[in-house]
Design a protein around this ligand. Structure first.
Ligand code: ADP
Length: 567
């Protein structure tokens, strides 16, 4: 059991859990006591005794009716408090596990479904499985003891009935749901992924008339999930029916036993009604059994995420963070993604303070992988990266990323104001620093026109590709890393916008240690060295003037760029 609970953060929850279980049990016990005392009161009253003989029972009925409500309220409050805390803690633990893991193999929607639905399961585990089971156990045992005092034979019948409804049925629903539970969560993730495709890919789907197909795929996923969930509902409904049948038969059995033993009318009525009501907390356990299977499947999926190994190994005894200015030396670097061919195969380059190096090469040459290795988001297979003469693996990866970082390939606009989108890179930045970064990224006019408080992002104002890259550049300049990394800043921009951006970018990075990954050669005469990568290897290197005259990838690309411009 504790192994299953691996992903659940239970800090400080045990005390609250016990409190909630006690309140739940007290509420159910008060329910049984209420019905038993009411049964006694009604049947005794039918015998028309003096009123004084009933006064204790009258008070008891009132007291149990009131306390039941109070205890139930307490149970809901404490139960949900502990469940929400456990859920929040679990989610927090997952985030902590995910941060060092780097990009995950799961699709975004699947991951989201795990983060949302599967962590909800933690709440269900406590509120819908463990707490009801504890309350049902206490109530069942108490009812059997009460019945034992009145008539031992009836207690046996009641115990048998309660065991069927409270143990056998939940075990059966859990077993029946086990196979389904393993398929329901992936089916839900599949539906989430299909819906995400429909929403995010709407423009492409419309452009190629593929909306119908995508919609049918989503409907099919919805249908599959619906069928599985209906199956679950069936199991629950049948189990509840059997449970109620067990309840009815038990009450009949108790009444027959009372008759056979010649029990007086009053204790017989108390016995029968107490038996009837003691099933109340027990009947929902069948559905809890089914849910328990689902919860175990969800916890398994959470464990999978938590078990994702970190992208890079952190040093046991980290070196103190490197002091700027930084010198980065890459020596014979080999990096491999999974078991594939090396993405980088013996790459060397040096970035001394203030030096700007550009990396060019065809798509898939390993350019982004080189940046990832410098930012410590992929592990080095062999060779080394020295930062101020110390192997980068000896620093904490956070320390490296705090100094060697920059513009990523897919900069993201958050649903936040222009100011807050920039402040991401400098929460403490003053208004002057913000303006300076924006000015150097040549985004000043846009920022003034748009307004610093205008909300951008998903439900806000959209930004063009060029503005997005400039926004990302302003962020990078604001962060002011010792070594600025720029990954394809002019990617996906039209010719004119790209030329303007590159010119501004080369201007803004003058005198700054920069590694620029680019597929555009215009302006590269300004950088100190250009490294041409092909299939993970350095095939050419040198300043623009040398490369453009030597036969090879660089000259070919330069000529084709020139031809495009002439057209
Ligand atoms: P570039 O930036 O030059 O286009 P990349 O560094 O992105 O090249 O990719 C180099 C090679 O590594 C490619 O073959 C690519 O398919 C592979 N690759 C990159 N990232 C990953 C990854 N996360 N998992 C597996 N393979 C990857």
């Amino acid at each position: 059991m504790t192994a299953h609970l691996g992903p659940v953060r239970a800090a400080g929850t045990t005390r609250r859990l016990v409190l909630a279980a006690l309140a739940g049990a007290a509420a159910d016990l008060a329910g049984v006591a209420l019905i038993a005392s009411a049964a006694w009161l009604i049947t005794r009253a039918a015998e028309q005794p003096p009123l004084a003989a009933l006064s204790v029972a009258i008070v008891a009925v009132r007291a149990f009716a009131t306390t039941r409500g109070v205890f139930r309220y307490g149970e809901r409050l404490a139960g949900h408090d502990v469940a929400l805390r456990a859920q929040a803690g679990t989610r927090e633990g997952l985030y902590e596990a995910l941060i060092p893991a780097g990009p995950l193999p799961q699709r975004g929607a699947d991951l989201l479904s795990r983060m949302v639905d599967d962590t909800d399961a933690v709440q269900d585990l406590l509120v819908r499985c463990l707490l009801p089971a504890a309350a049902a156990l206490v109530t069942g045992v108490a009812a059997v003891i009460l019945a034992g005092f009145l008539l031992p034979a009836a207690a046996l019948v009641l115990a048998a009935g309660l065991l069927v409804a409270g143990l056998l049925l939940p075990a059966a629903t859990a077993a029946a749901a086990r196979r389904r539970s393993a398929t329901i969560a992936p089916a839900r993730a599949e539906l989430a992924a299909r819906v995400a495709d429909l929403v995010h890919g709407a423009a492409d789907l419309a452009a190629y008339g593929a909306g119908g197909r995508a919609l049918s795929a989503a409907m099919a996923a919805d249908g599959r999930l619906g069928r599985l969930e209906r199956g679950q509902a069936w199991i629950n409904a049948v189990a509840l029916g059997i449970g109620m049948l067990a309840q009815g038969l038990t009450v009949v059995g108790v009444v027959l036993a009372a008759q056979a033993a010649g029990l007086a009318r009053v204790p017989a009525a108390v016995l029968a009604l107490a038996a009837l009501v003691s099933f109340e907390p027990v009947l929902p356990l069948a559905a809890a059994g089914e849910r328990f299977s689902g919860v175990l499947a969800a916890l398994r999926r959470l464990r999978e995420i938590r078990a994702t190994p970190p992208a890079v190994t952190e040093p046991a005894d980290p070196a103190p963070p490197p002091e700027p200015p930084l010198t980065v030396e890459v020596r014979d670097l080999v990096v491999r993604h999974g078991g594939r061919e090396p993405a980088l195969d013996g790459v060397s380059l040096t970035l001394t303070p203030g030096r700007r190096v550009a990396v060019v090469g065809p798509s898939g040459a390993g350019k982004s992988t080189l940046l990832s290795a410098l930012m410590r988001t992929v592990e080095i297979e062999s060779g080394e990266v020295l930062v101020n003469g110390v192997d980068v693996r000896r620093y904490r990866s956070d320390d490296v990323r705090a100094r060697i970082t920059g513009l990523t390939q897919d900069p993201y606009v958050f649903q936040a104001s222009v100011r807050d989108n920039l402040r991401l890179a400098g929460p403490e930045a003053t208004a002057e620093e913000l303006s300076e970064a924006v000015r150097r990224a040549r985004l000043e006019a846009w920022a003034e026109r748009t307004g610093w408080d205008t909300v951008l992002g998903e439900d806000g104002r959209t930004v063009s590709g060029g503005q997005l890259q400039r926004l990302a550049l302003a962020r990078a300049l604001l962060f002011d890393p010792s070594v600025l990394l720029l990954d394809e800043p002019a990617e996906a921009l039209d010719e004119e916008t790209a030329d303007l951006l590159m010119a501004d970018l080369l201007d803004a990075t003058r005198g700054r240690t920069t590694l620029l990954v680019t597929h555009r050669l215009r302006g590269l005469e300004q950088v100190d060295e250009i490294v041409v990568l092909e299939a993970g290897r350095v095939v050419q290197r040198g300043p623009h003037a040398d490369l453009v005259t030597a036969p090879g990838y660089y000259r070919d690309l330069w000529e084709s760029e020139a031809m495009t411009r002439q057209r």
